[in-house]
Design a protein around this ligand. Sequence first.
Ligand code: ADP
Ligand code: MG
Length: 707
Amino acid sequence: MTTSETVAANAKVTNQDNSAATRLTELHGVGPALAKKLERLGIFAIEDLLFLLPLRYEDRTQLVKLGALATGERCLVTGEVLLSETVYRGRRSLLVRLGDGSGQLTLRFFHFSRAQQAQFQAGVHVTCFGETRKGSAGLEMIHPEYRILRKDQDPAINDSLTAIYPATEGVQQGRLRSLTDQALRIMQRSPPRELLPAKIIERLNLPPLAEAIVYLHRPPPDADVELMMAGRHPCQQRLAFEELLAHYLSLKRLRALADTETAPALTDGEPEVAGFVRDLAFELTAAQRKVVDEILGDLSQPHPMMRLIQGDVGSGKTVVAAIACLKAISCGVQAAIMAPTELLAEQHWKSFCDWFRPLGIEPAWLSGSQRVAERRESIRAIEDGSAKLVVGTHALFQEGVSFGKLGLIIIDEQHRFGVHQRMALRDKGDSELGHPHQLVMTATPIPRTLAMAAYADLDISIIDELPPGRQPVKTIAIPDNRREEVTDRVRLACESGQQAFWVCPLIEESEVLDYQAAAASYEMLTEALPNVRVGLVHGRMRAAEKERGMQAFKEGVIQLLVATTVVEVGVDVPNASLMIVENAERMGLSQLHQLRGRVGRGATQSHCVLVYKPPLGRLAKTRLSVLRDTNDGFVVAQRDLELRGPGELLGTRQTGLPDYRVADLVRDAELMPQVQLAAELVQRASPENAAAIVRRWLADVHLYGKV
Ligand code: ADP
Ligand code: MG
């Protein structure tokens, strides 16, 4: 059995023990069918319902005047129907115009019955709750919850906050509410066990568990709305703390399990590594040397390395990866390096060919877009172990690829890499050697407290130094009505022998629009700069075409490269000293920082010009000024975290990193040092309690190790 299966199986068994005592079907209205659905929410026993905490609260305690509405707000409003009509513009929809004397609002329905349509007579009063957005004629709400009011009926404002539960298919809010009501009643008789060490509860001055649970499910009328909405109420903190602790303990447990597993101890190859380092075209920085030592130390152990390297863009992670690979190969095992895009993988492949061919090692290549015959050949060589070093994309770990003697996996530029993927990769690389060693490299520095929470199962190395001779990039922001100044800069740079990037924004989820934006800029620039050799690279191009474009830019054949954000990560062209980013106001901080990292790699002073469309919103203004003020990736990451939240930074949505029920990694990050302490305390004083905490919060769909 793999580790992940063991963890999953253990959790399952204990849960079933639980449910024997307090079976869900004992609740009013719960039959086997509903019980099945609830299991999908991780609810196996009645106690689990208590810990199914509201995702958020809606403030239906206050009516908002229509004249005071702003876009993107979820709120409660009331008004009189002024007009209702069915329109057929593209799609049939029912529009209802409401007014309250202070302003107007349109309700829009795409699905509606004849009866519904008939309800909205002019003069009828309606209350509704929904999210406002900008419509074709002012603000609108799409499919709001609504109620038609009888004459003189009060719009029935709730007197407490409305709890919103995480929904699952076929289990409505109303049902969850009634189930939690029952569970709360049962709790009065048999409250859930207090699992936190008394010392911690006292020190942090936390309210008792049962009290906190009731409060969060049913905030009383006098609850501090603002504090609750911000998630900072002591009752919320009480549960957030326990949840963070559960996640932390579970990651630590995974790590402890990994430490009992075997991996090939890679102790040979010292002369090879020393020779490689000596023959490099440059000297390793002190930071690189330190990290290399940490890695070599890990690799010499008979347990799998689980290490994360953080190093700002351009800090030289690739060569560190190469050294780790050489160590593995010299010890007779295979090494594999995986990059998130074809372009990056190809770039690594090139560097690795340069470094390894002289040593008689031929890197193998594996990607999704490869020709079938070539791919089959690579897969064969990977399987029989004749490919010592493999470079590729995600294709490396897909069905049909199995490694003969994999000793080391390196994953590059993966900030979107959750614990599930980490586990899957390890299992995938299993062989008679045991588990492979694992190294993850990221250019997105994770603030310390966040790393503590998200990567508690990993050791962390930091390359906190750039190779010598790099000058910090100067960053300026210019509104797009001064575009001519920008093209002038490009012309001057190219005339003096330098090169420039011109990055067009990624238009969300549309490669077509994306391409059109880039193509339009390309045309504009070829026209404005007749003496500059301009090239275009975008996401819709085939890998080989992209590669040709990038290569031409690398060789200086192209002076100005117009690109979509495909150049974001990892591309290395030292002669490029000017980075222009269009529509910079639409991009996230970390992304902009990554783009900026494409320049400033050579000896000349580099510049980054952030072109924006005025007027700038408050957030966009903050983002641009952070970049103007600092080149330090850690500062940028910290600010990004504050502005956007950890989901964006770590890519939880894409990776299936667990969603937290009450905790919020940004808001509650300051709890992490205490969480760490508590974990040690519980683990030492009562391992059973530690296990129970993990089960309480994590024995559900997010089972670690299940992909
Ligand atoms: P990143 O950490 O962003 O992946 P790379 O590994 O692509 O950075 O390195 C960026 C550039 O710096 C490459 O051209 C690489 O050859 C060069 N480089 C790496 N280490 C050093 C060093 N110690 N001294 C000089 N140049 C270096
Ligand atoms: Mg890199």
